[in-house]
Design a protein around this ligand. Sequence first.
Ligand code: SF4
Length: 281
Amino acid sequence: MALIHLFRRCNQRCAFCSYPAEGGRDPAPSLKAWLKEIAAMPPGLVQLSGGEPLLAGAENLCMLLAAVKKLGRRAELQTNALAAADLPASELAAIAKTLRAARGYFNVNFPAATAALDLKITRAPGGFRKRTAGVRRLIASGAPVRLTHVITALNYKQLPAFAAFVARELPGAAWVQFSYIKGLGRAAGKKYLPRYAAVRPYLLKALAACEAAKLRCEVDHIPPCFLGDFYRLNVDIVKMREGRDGPHLQEKARVPACRGCRFVKLCPGPRKDYIAVHKTL
Ligand code: SF4
């Protein structure tokens, strides 16, 4: 898997964004440089990230996605979907078509089910309305749309409301990933990292709501021991069962509280940045 940061430019200023690092300047977008970066990275899915990738322009993105396809690799186009609300229809259609050809999908970071909470997290005025409109256009474009809902101290109590919002307002979304925040960059430290035990009741209600609405979902960075009957939705389980290498092994570690756990062979443990803050599960 390869993660490429195209540039730092972004149309949001998320409170806990772990990229870009403060300071530094963006080089001009360069297809050649991006391709060189991809070629040097491990095989598998190519994740195009930013900043905000849709700000690279349709022509650049289509060339890049076509090159990814030529390498025989799949593409994930990460976006906050704001720009998707205003892209000319022909440009959006071209991006979606090239993405589909690369067996790819849009991965939309969708942080809240209300405008007030969206603004608190992304600090983008009008962002909630635009994002909702943008996601509807992405879904209509025909490429699969994954919604990633990053769980933080700011939004975990609204997890059931988010599940209900997606089921009601965004029909056609391919799946939802509930992903506990990575405690890196501006998200390092205690402020944004709630205890798993605090998140658990809200997450279980959200997962039950998804199940009832037949909305496919999965969970990342929250260990299966906090997922009750939904433990199979933890994305690490398949990777562990198949003996795959990857960031899940480097970023996570078991703690003494894991001793005797029934999932011990299927779970690499909590994230190390979580352990740094909370010491245990
Ligand atoms: S190994 Fe540890 S973190 Fe993972 S499920 Fe078991 S107790 Fe939880």
